[in-house]
Design a protein around this ligand. Structure first.
Ligand code: ZN
Length: 85
């Protein structure tokens, strides 16, 4: 049985190459019981999608990155104001 740490390694491994059948079985067995790893896998899948999209449409990513940076500044400002008051 895999530990959460090993699952995290398998997730990053699976980005670059196919897992063996044995690894896949252990992987999905763990995922069926562990919500933490399911969440982690979802995040990694999302990142992978972003990377794939970046290859196909760099402009889209660039625009969304710029947007999120502005959002981050807004959040930072909010936090600053909040701590001051
Ligand atoms: Zn886990």
């Amino acid at each position: 049985m895999y530990s959460c740490k090993e699952i995290a390694e398998l997730i990053s491994q699976s980005m670059d190459h196919q897992l063996t059948l044995r690894q896949k079985i252990g992987f999905y067995l763990h995922l069926s019981m562990c919500t933490f790893c399911v969440r982690h896998k979802k995040q990694m899948d999302f990142l992978k999608q972003l990377l794939d999209l970046n290859k196909k449409q760099p402009d889209v990513i660039h625009r969304s990155m710029t947007l999120s940076r502005t959002k981050k500044e807004e959040i930072k400002k909010c936090l600053r104001d909040h701590t001051h008051s």
